[in-house]
Design a protein around this ligand. Sequence first.
Ligand code: ZN
Length: 389
Amino acid sequence: MPSSMSSRRQRTQDQVLAVLAEHGALTRADLSHLTGLSRSAVASAVTLLADQELIDENPIETGAATRGRRPTTVELRQRSGIVLAIDFGHAHITTAVATTSGDLLAETATHLDVDSHPQEALDTATDLATQALAQGGGTPDQITGIAAGIPGPLDIHTQVVRAPTILREWTGLNPAEELSRRLGHPVTVANDADMGARGEHMFGAARNINDFLYIKASHGIGAGLVLGGRTYRGSTGIAGEIGHTRLQGANNWCRCGNRGCLETVVSITEVRQQLAHVLAPDHPVADGDLPPLADLAPHPAAARVITDAGRTIGLVLADLVNCLNPAAIILGGDLGTAGEPLAQGVRESINRYAQPASAHAVTIACSTLQQRSELLGAVATAIHHNAAR
Ligand SMILES: [Zn+2]
């Protein structure tokens, strides 16, 4: 075979593997649509990949007798081994080691100013992941996949951070390349809210739900959108930046250069300041020393502050509910740990401002993964990507 034809075939197979790694099981028609390849190119790639035992093709159970070729889905074949997951927050890094069946073996964590020191954060993450691997009893040759979430948007075409207003010091960096070089293994990187959504989808409150929004409400506020069972990231990867939606009547400057953005009113820093103010007689401490939100939520005055934050986030979410008609909204991040008072506020605004039929269709819940949605989403991503390597 001429080498140009062979390399073109390899490229076609790589495209099919990448799309399967991203989306999970797909029909051949979906593969053609998502790769832009012709149906016949997809068919020959599927045959070659099946011969190499890299993918499986399974019939779809339609429950009805069908004429002609039975519809099938194609998916990556899972290899057993160990995966590494990394979650970069604005001020922390956590890593996990898990089996390809999703059983966690070890976790490590540290606090660090991730936003301002990208190279140090990448080095620290590498050390932490290596420690977690040793603690979990694994060795580098057992690794079948590594994935990491970062707290800013990535360009989906170039994998480069494009966030001059959100993650300034990381702009122009390619975290997947940086981590792959350090860890000696390919690394898949995605935005943290998207990772959180994947974590909820595989391990948390959104299991078996194919249309939902995961809201990471911490220092920033971002949404991971899962629509039709797939992560939706928009044309270049920046979808879900709801923290920069303008609120009527709000006027504070935001780090993005606009005034009145959602996250200037209800970031975890703002809510903690409000709580410290309200609780001053009971907790005469700086807001940084406040007890965890989950412990404060039963306090009647604290619950009001938290519910009020929920109502404010709910104003923005009501518009999204009208637009996307999701089945669930899962509230995560630092604010998500506040539980029912937060969910109640969100629900009130959605009931008030979204169209009744859409409001009725959506369930509002706080994450039950205890701020590990993003880390577990990286585990899920590393598991699904493992067969592509
Ligand atoms: Zn903003």
